[in-house]
Design a protein around this ligand. Structure first.
Ligand code: XIL
Length: 361
Protein backbone atom coordinates (compact mmCIF):
# COMPACT_ATOMS: atom_id res chain seq x y z
CA UNK A 1 0.00 0.00 0.00
CA UNK A 2 1.35 3.46 -0.91
CA UNK A 3 0.20 6.91 0.18
CA UNK A 4 -1.84 8.71 -2.47
CA UNK A 5 -0.46 11.56 -4.58
CA UNK A 6 -2.87 14.00 -2.91
CA UNK A 7 -1.60 13.17 0.54
CA UNK A 8 2.01 13.38 -0.54
CA UNK A 9 1.53 16.90 -1.89
CA UNK A 10 0.58 18.25 1.52
CA UNK A 11 3.90 19.31 3.02
CA UNK A 12 4.24 18.30 6.66
CA UNK A 13 1.86 15.38 6.43
CA UNK A 14 3.91 14.00 3.56
CA UNK A 15 7.07 14.20 5.62
CA UNK A 16 5.51 12.40 8.56
CA UNK A 17 4.02 9.75 6.31
CA UNK A 18 7.25 9.24 4.40
CA UNK A 19 9.22 8.75 7.60
CA UNK A 20 6.66 6.28 8.89
CA UNK A 21 6.50 4.36 5.61
CA UNK A 22 10.28 4.15 5.39
CA UNK A 23 10.42 2.46 8.76
CA UNK A 24 7.43 0.25 8.10
CA UNK A 25 8.65 -0.88 4.67
CA UNK A 26 12.33 -1.27 5.48
CA UNK A 27 12.29 -5.01 6.28
CA UNK A 28 10.42 -5.83 3.07
CA UNK A 29 11.95 -3.25 0.76
CA UNK A 30 12.70 -5.96 -1.84
CA UNK A 31 9.31 -7.67 -1.57
CA UNK A 32 8.16 -8.73 -5.00
CA UNK A 33 11.61 -8.55 -6.54
CA UNK A 34 13.54 -11.50 -5.08
CA UNK A 35 12.59 -15.09 -4.39
CA UNK A 36 13.45 -14.79 -0.72
CA UNK A 37 11.46 -11.62 -0.11
CA UNK A 38 8.45 -12.76 -2.12
CA UNK A 39 8.42 -16.17 -0.43
CA UNK A 40 8.68 -14.49 2.97
CA UNK A 41 5.61 -12.42 2.12
CA UNK A 42 3.80 -15.74 1.84
CA UNK A 43 5.30 -17.10 5.04
CA UNK A 44 7.60 -19.49 3.14
CA UNK A 45 11.33 -19.89 2.70
CA UNK A 46 12.98 -20.25 -0.70
CA UNK A 47 16.20 -22.23 -0.58
CA UNK A 48 19.04 -23.62 -2.67
CA UNK A 49 21.42 -26.52 -2.37
CA UNK A 50 24.93 -25.20 -1.95
CA UNK A 51 28.32 -26.71 -2.68
CA UNK A 52 30.56 -24.98 -0.17
CA UNK A 53 33.53 -24.87 -2.53
CA UNK A 54 31.49 -22.37 -4.59
CA UNK A 55 31.21 -19.91 -1.71
CA UNK A 56 34.37 -18.27 -3.06
CA UNK A 57 32.71 -17.63 -6.47
CA UNK A 58 31.46 -14.03 -6.48
CA UNK A 59 28.69 -14.50 -9.04
CA UNK A 60 27.43 -17.55 -7.20
CA UNK A 61 27.43 -15.89 -3.79
CA UNK A 62 25.81 -12.71 -5.10
CA UNK A 63 22.86 -14.65 -6.49
CA UNK A 64 22.68 -16.95 -3.47
CA UNK A 65 22.56 -14.14 -0.93
CA UNK A 66 20.17 -11.97 -2.93
CA UNK A 67 17.61 -14.63 -3.81
CA UNK A 68 17.62 -17.37 -1.18
CA UNK A 69 16.60 -17.51 2.49
CA UNK A 70 17.52 -21.14 3.13
CA UNK A 71 20.41 -23.43 2.24
CA UNK A 72 21.08 -27.15 2.27
CA UNK A 73 24.45 -28.81 1.79
CA UNK A 74 24.55 -30.54 -1.58
CA UNK A 75 26.99 -33.14 -0.17
CA UNK A 76 28.76 -31.85 2.95
CA UNK A 77 26.38 -33.22 5.60
CA UNK A 78 26.07 -36.72 4.11
CA UNK A 79 27.44 -39.77 5.95
CA UNK A 80 30.59 -40.15 3.82
CA UNK A 81 31.47 -36.49 4.38
CA UNK A 82 30.71 -36.29 8.10
CA UNK A 83 32.05 -39.66 9.31
CA UNK A 84 34.74 -40.71 6.82
CA UNK A 85 36.18 -43.14 9.37
CA UNK A 86 34.03 -44.80 11.97
CA UNK A 87 33.77 -42.61 15.03
CA UNK A 88 35.89 -39.82 13.48
CA UNK A 89 33.71 -36.94 12.48
CA UNK A 90 34.43 -34.09 10.06
CA UNK A 91 32.12 -31.10 10.14
CA UNK A 92 34.27 -28.68 8.15
CA UNK A 93 31.96 -28.25 5.17
CA UNK A 94 28.75 -28.33 7.20
CA UNK A 95 30.02 -25.78 9.68
CA UNK A 96 31.09 -23.50 6.84
CA UNK A 97 27.61 -23.61 5.34
CA UNK A 98 25.93 -23.00 8.69
CA UNK A 99 28.09 -19.94 9.35
CA UNK A 100 27.35 -18.56 5.86
CA UNK A 101 23.65 -19.05 6.55
CA UNK A 102 23.81 -17.33 9.92
CA UNK A 103 25.71 -14.38 8.48
CA UNK A 104 23.10 -13.94 5.75
CA UNK A 105 19.85 -14.55 7.60
CA UNK A 106 19.23 -17.97 6.06
CA UNK A 107 17.81 -21.10 7.65
CA UNK A 108 19.48 -24.47 7.10
CA UNK A 109 17.99 -27.77 6.03
CA UNK A 110 20.08 -30.73 7.12
CA UNK A 111 20.63 -33.40 4.45
CA UNK A 112 20.85 -36.33 5.07
CA UNK A 113 21.45 -38.41 8.19
CA UNK A 114 20.80 -41.89 6.76
CA UNK A 115 20.68 -42.92 3.11
CA UNK A 116 21.64 -46.01 1.12
CA UNK A 117 23.93 -43.88 -1.09
CA UNK A 118 27.06 -41.88 -0.26
CA UNK A 119 27.87 -44.04 2.73
CA UNK A 120 31.51 -44.22 3.83
CA UNK A 121 33.14 -47.47 2.75
CA UNK A 122 33.46 -48.67 6.34
CA UNK A 123 29.67 -48.52 6.74
CA UNK A 124 29.11 -50.29 3.42
CA UNK A 125 31.11 -53.17 4.87
CA UNK A 126 28.96 -53.52 8.01
CA UNK A 127 25.69 -55.38 8.53
CA UNK A 128 23.34 -56.49 11.26
CA UNK A 129 23.56 -54.95 14.71
CA UNK A 130 27.02 -53.49 14.01
CA UNK A 131 25.54 -51.44 11.15
CA UNK A 132 22.39 -50.56 13.10
CA UNK A 133 24.42 -49.32 16.06
CA UNK A 134 26.81 -47.39 13.81
CA UNK A 135 23.88 -45.80 11.94
CA UNK A 136 22.08 -44.70 15.10
CA UNK A 137 25.32 -43.40 16.57
CA UNK A 138 25.83 -41.43 13.37
CA UNK A 139 22.39 -39.86 13.69
CA UNK A 140 23.02 -38.99 17.34
CA UNK A 141 26.47 -37.51 16.80
CA UNK A 142 25.68 -35.42 13.73
CA UNK A 143 22.34 -34.13 15.00
CA UNK A 144 24.01 -33.27 18.31
CA UNK A 145 26.83 -31.39 16.60
CA UNK A 146 24.39 -29.22 14.64
CA UNK A 147 21.85 -28.95 17.45
CA UNK A 148 20.01 -25.64 17.35
CA UNK A 149 21.27 -24.76 13.85
CA UNK A 150 18.98 -26.87 11.70
CA UNK A 151 15.44 -25.94 10.72
CA UNK A 152 14.63 -29.40 9.36
CA UNK A 153 16.64 -32.61 9.00
CA UNK A 154 16.21 -35.18 6.29
CA UNK A 155 16.58 -37.96 8.85
CA UNK A 156 16.06 -40.71 6.27
CA UNK A 157 16.45 -40.27 2.53
CA UNK A 158 15.09 -42.47 -0.27
CA UNK A 159 14.13 -45.58 1.69
CA UNK A 160 11.24 -46.62 -0.55
CA UNK A 161 11.44 -48.68 -3.74
CA UNK A 162 10.55 -47.39 -7.18
CA UNK A 163 7.91 -49.21 -9.17
CA UNK A 164 4.61 -50.62 -8.08
CA UNK A 165 5.43 -52.40 -4.84
CA UNK A 166 4.96 -49.47 -2.50
CA UNK A 167 7.46 -51.16 -0.21
CA UNK A 168 10.90 -50.45 1.11
CA UNK A 169 14.01 -50.33 -1.03
CA UNK A 170 16.50 -53.09 -0.36
CA UNK A 171 19.65 -51.72 1.26
CA UNK A 172 22.12 -52.59 3.96
CA UNK A 173 20.14 -50.36 6.33
CA UNK A 174 16.84 -52.04 5.45
CA UNK A 175 18.41 -55.44 6.11
CA UNK A 176 19.07 -54.39 9.74
CA UNK A 177 15.30 -54.57 10.28
CA UNK A 178 12.21 -52.68 9.17
CA UNK A 179 12.29 -50.50 12.29
CA UNK A 180 15.52 -48.76 11.28
CA UNK A 181 13.63 -45.68 10.11
CA UNK A 182 11.71 -45.11 13.33
CA UNK A 183 14.88 -45.78 15.36
CA UNK A 184 16.60 -43.05 13.35
CA UNK A 185 13.78 -40.58 13.95
CA UNK A 186 13.78 -41.28 17.69
CA UNK A 187 17.54 -40.79 17.90
CA UNK A 188 17.32 -37.54 15.95
CA UNK A 189 14.57 -36.18 18.19
CA UNK A 190 16.57 -37.01 21.31
CA UNK A 191 19.67 -35.30 19.88
CA UNK A 192 18.03 -32.10 18.58
CA UNK A 193 14.50 -31.63 19.88
CA UNK A 194 14.21 -28.26 18.10
CA UNK A 195 14.71 -29.52 14.56
CA UNK A 196 11.82 -30.61 12.39
CA UNK A 197 12.39 -34.22 11.36
CA UNK A 198 11.60 -35.13 7.75
CA UNK A 199 11.40 -38.20 5.57
CA UNK A 200 12.63 -37.28 2.05
CA UNK A 201 12.24 -39.08 -1.30
CA UNK A 202 11.90 -38.76 -5.10
CA UNK A 203 9.37 -40.07 -7.64
CA UNK A 204 6.73 -38.97 -5.17
CA UNK A 205 5.33 -36.18 -7.35
CA UNK A 206 1.78 -37.48 -7.48
CA UNK A 207 -0.38 -40.16 -5.94
CA UNK A 208 1.43 -43.36 -6.91
CA UNK A 209 2.46 -46.65 -5.33
CA UNK A 210 5.69 -45.22 -3.93
CA UNK A 211 4.19 -42.07 -2.46
CA UNK A 212 1.33 -44.13 -1.04
CA UNK A 213 3.81 -46.47 0.65
CA UNK A 214 5.42 -43.43 2.29
CA UNK A 215 2.01 -42.01 3.15
CA UNK A 216 1.12 -45.23 4.95
CA UNK A 217 4.41 -45.14 6.88
CA UNK A 218 3.82 -41.54 7.98
CA UNK A 219 0.26 -42.35 9.04
CA UNK A 220 1.56 -45.32 11.03
CA UNK A 221 4.29 -43.19 12.64
CA UNK A 222 1.79 -40.53 13.64
CA UNK A 223 -0.56 -43.13 15.13
CA UNK A 224 2.23 -44.72 17.18
CA UNK A 225 3.93 -41.49 18.27
CA UNK A 226 7.11 -41.95 16.24
CA UNK A 227 8.50 -38.40 16.00
CA UNK A 228 8.07 -37.22 12.40
CA UNK A 229 7.28 -33.60 11.50
CA UNK A 230 7.63 -33.30 7.76
CA UNK A 231 7.91 -35.02 4.41
CA UNK A 232 10.26 -33.78 1.72
CA UNK A 233 9.37 -34.12 -1.95
CA UNK A 234 12.58 -33.95 -3.94
CA UNK A 235 10.78 -33.09 -7.19
CA UNK A 236 13.52 -33.84 -9.69
CA UNK A 237 11.19 -33.37 -12.64
CA UNK A 238 11.29 -34.10 -16.35
CA UNK A 239 9.18 -32.36 -18.98
CA UNK A 240 5.83 -33.04 -17.29
CA UNK A 241 4.33 -32.80 -13.82
CA UNK A 242 1.54 -35.06 -12.52
CA UNK A 243 -1.86 -33.35 -12.41
CA UNK A 244 -2.28 -34.40 -8.78
CA UNK A 245 0.99 -32.87 -7.56
CA UNK A 246 -0.81 -30.46 -5.21
CA UNK A 247 -3.37 -33.05 -4.09
CA UNK A 248 -0.53 -35.37 -3.16
CA UNK A 249 1.11 -32.68 -1.00
CA UNK A 250 -2.24 -31.99 0.58
CA UNK A 251 -2.93 -35.61 1.53
CA UNK A 252 0.36 -35.72 3.44
CA UNK A 253 -0.34 -32.37 5.11
CA UNK A 254 -3.71 -33.77 6.17
CA UNK A 255 -1.84 -36.43 8.16
CA UNK A 256 -0.53 -33.64 10.38
CA UNK A 257 2.97 -33.14 8.97
CA UNK A 258 4.55 -30.22 7.16
CA UNK A 259 5.56 -30.75 3.56
CA UNK A 260 8.47 -29.18 1.74
CA UNK A 261 9.75 -29.23 -1.84
CA UNK A 262 13.34 -30.18 -1.16
CA UNK A 263 15.40 -30.69 -4.34
CA UNK A 264 13.47 -29.05 -7.14
CA UNK A 265 14.95 -29.06 -10.62
CA UNK A 266 13.18 -29.42 -13.96
CA UNK A 267 14.43 -30.58 -17.34
CA UNK A 268 14.83 -27.77 -19.80
CA UNK A 269 12.33 -27.49 -22.64
CA UNK A 270 9.09 -25.74 -23.47
CA UNK A 271 7.46 -26.60 -20.17
CA UNK A 272 10.26 -25.75 -17.78
CA UNK A 273 9.00 -22.35 -16.70
CA UNK A 274 5.41 -23.58 -16.44
CA UNK A 275 6.39 -26.56 -14.32
CA UNK A 276 8.42 -24.40 -11.94
CA UNK A 277 5.40 -22.13 -11.64
CA UNK A 278 3.03 -25.03 -11.02
CA UNK A 279 5.22 -26.40 -8.24
CA UNK A 280 5.37 -22.96 -6.61
CA UNK A 281 1.61 -22.42 -6.81
CA UNK A 282 1.03 -25.92 -5.45
CA UNK A 283 3.17 -25.24 -2.40
CA UNK A 284 1.46 -21.91 -1.78
CA UNK A 285 -1.95 -23.60 -2.01
CA UNK A 286 -1.06 -26.06 0.76
CA UNK A 287 -0.89 -24.19 4.05
CA UNK A 288 1.50 -26.75 5.56
CA UNK A 289 3.93 -26.47 2.64
CA UNK A 290 6.58 -24.41 4.41
CA UNK A 291 9.12 -23.86 1.67
CA UNK A 292 10.80 -24.76 -1.60
CA UNK A 293 14.45 -25.63 -2.20
CA UNK A 294 15.99 -25.83 -5.66
CA UNK A 295 18.89 -28.24 -6.09
CA UNK A 296 21.54 -25.71 -7.03
CA UNK A 297 21.81 -22.07 -8.09
CA UNK A 298 22.88 -21.88 -11.77
CA UNK A 299 22.42 -24.43 -14.54
CA UNK A 300 26.13 -25.15 -14.46
CA UNK A 301 26.00 -25.91 -10.73
CA UNK A 302 23.42 -28.66 -11.28
CA UNK A 303 24.08 -32.36 -10.80
CA UNK A 304 21.87 -32.82 -13.90
CA UNK A 305 24.54 -31.57 -16.27
CA UNK A 306 23.09 -30.68 -19.66
CA UNK A 307 19.47 -30.56 -18.45
CA UNK A 308 19.84 -26.83 -17.65
CA UNK A 309 17.42 -27.60 -14.85
CA UNK A 310 17.66 -24.53 -12.60
CA UNK A 311 16.50 -20.90 -12.35
CA UNK A 312 19.69 -19.06 -13.36
CA UNK A 313 21.90 -19.54 -16.39
CA UNK A 314 25.59 -20.21 -16.04
CA UNK A 315 26.35 -16.47 -15.91
CA UNK A 316 23.87 -15.96 -13.07
CA UNK A 317 21.18 -14.37 -15.26
CA UNK A 318 17.52 -14.98 -14.42
CA UNK A 319 15.80 -17.46 -16.74
CA UNK A 320 12.13 -17.56 -17.75
CA UNK A 321 11.75 -20.23 -15.08
CA UNK A 322 12.87 -17.69 -12.48
CA UNK A 323 10.26 -15.19 -13.60
CA UNK A 324 7.61 -17.88 -13.51
CA UNK A 325 8.47 -18.73 -9.89
CA UNK A 326 8.65 -15.09 -8.84
CA UNK A 327 5.30 -14.29 -10.46
CA UNK A 328 3.73 -17.28 -8.73
CA UNK A 329 5.12 -16.14 -5.39
CA UNK A 330 3.82 -12.62 -5.96
CA UNK A 331 0.35 -13.56 -7.21
CA UNK A 332 -2.61 -12.80 -5.02
CA UNK A 333 -0.90 -10.51 -2.55
CA UNK A 334 0.27 -11.41 0.92
CA UNK A 335 -1.11 -14.35 2.87
CA UNK A 336 -0.47 -12.47 6.04
CA UNK A 337 -3.81 -10.92 6.98
CA UNK A 338 -3.52 -7.13 7.17
CA UNK A 339 -4.42 -5.53 10.50
CA UNK A 340 -8.15 -4.91 10.64
CA UNK A 341 -9.89 -1.82 11.92
CA UNK A 342 -12.84 -2.77 14.11
CA UNK A 343 -16.07 -2.01 12.33
CA UNK A 344 -14.48 -1.50 8.91
CA UNK A 345 -16.21 -3.22 6.00
CA UNK A 346 -14.61 -6.50 4.96
CA UNK A 347 -13.07 -6.58 1.51
CA UNK A 348 -13.94 -9.70 -0.48
CA UNK A 349 -10.90 -11.81 -1.44
CA UNK A 350 -9.69 -11.40 -5.04
CA UNK A 351 -11.23 -13.78 -7.53
CA UNK A 352 -8.88 -16.70 -8.10
CA UNK A 353 -9.26 -16.42 -11.87
CA UNK A 354 -8.56 -12.69 -12.15
CA UNK A 355 -5.68 -11.61 -9.92
CA UNK A 356 -5.67 -7.82 -9.64
CA UNK A 357 -2.77 -6.26 -11.53
CA UNK A 358 0.15 -4.85 -9.66
CA UNK A 359 -0.62 -6.45 -6.31
CA UNK A 360 2.63 -8.39 -6.16
CA UNK A 361 4.23 -8.59 -2.76
C1 XIL B 1 23.52 -35.42 -5.47
C2 XIL B 1 24.51 -34.27 -5.56
O1 XIL B 1 23.88 -33.18 -6.18
C3 XIL B 1 25.74 -34.68 -6.32
O2 XIL B 1 26.74 -33.67 -6.25
C4 XIL B 1 26.29 -35.99 -5.79
O3 XIL B 1 27.36 -36.42 -6.60
C5 XIL B 1 25.22 -37.05 -5.74
O4 XIL B 1 24.12 -36.58 -4.97
N1 XIL B 1 18.83 -37.04 -4.30
C6 XIL B 1 19.43 -36.55 -3.14
C7 XIL B 1 20.65 -35.72 -3.23
O5 XIL B 1 18.86 -36.72 -2.05
O6 XIL B 1 21.49 -35.88 -2.13
C8 XIL B 1 21.40 -35.98 -4.52
O7 XIL B 1 22.48 -35.05 -4.60
C9 XIL B 1 20.48 -35.88 -5.71
C10 XIL B 1 19.38 -36.91 -5.61
Amino acid sequence: MRPTRALLSTGLLAGVLAAGMAVALAPTASAGTTLRASAAEKGRYFGAAVATNKLSDNTYVTVLNREFSSVVAENEMKWDATEPQQGRFNYTGGDRLVSHARANGMSVRGHALLWHAQQPSWAQGLSGSALRNAAINHVTQVATHFKGQIYAWDVVNEAFADGGSGGRRDSNLQRTGNDWIEAAFRAARAADPGAKLCYNDYNTDGVNAKSTGIYNMVRDFKSRGVPIDCVGFQSHLGTTIPGDYQANLQRFADLGVDVQITELDVMTGGNQANIFGTVTRSCLAVSRCTGITVWGVRDCDSWRGSDNALLFDCSGNKKAAYTSVLNALNAGGSNTPPPTTPGSPTTPPPSPTTPPPGTGG
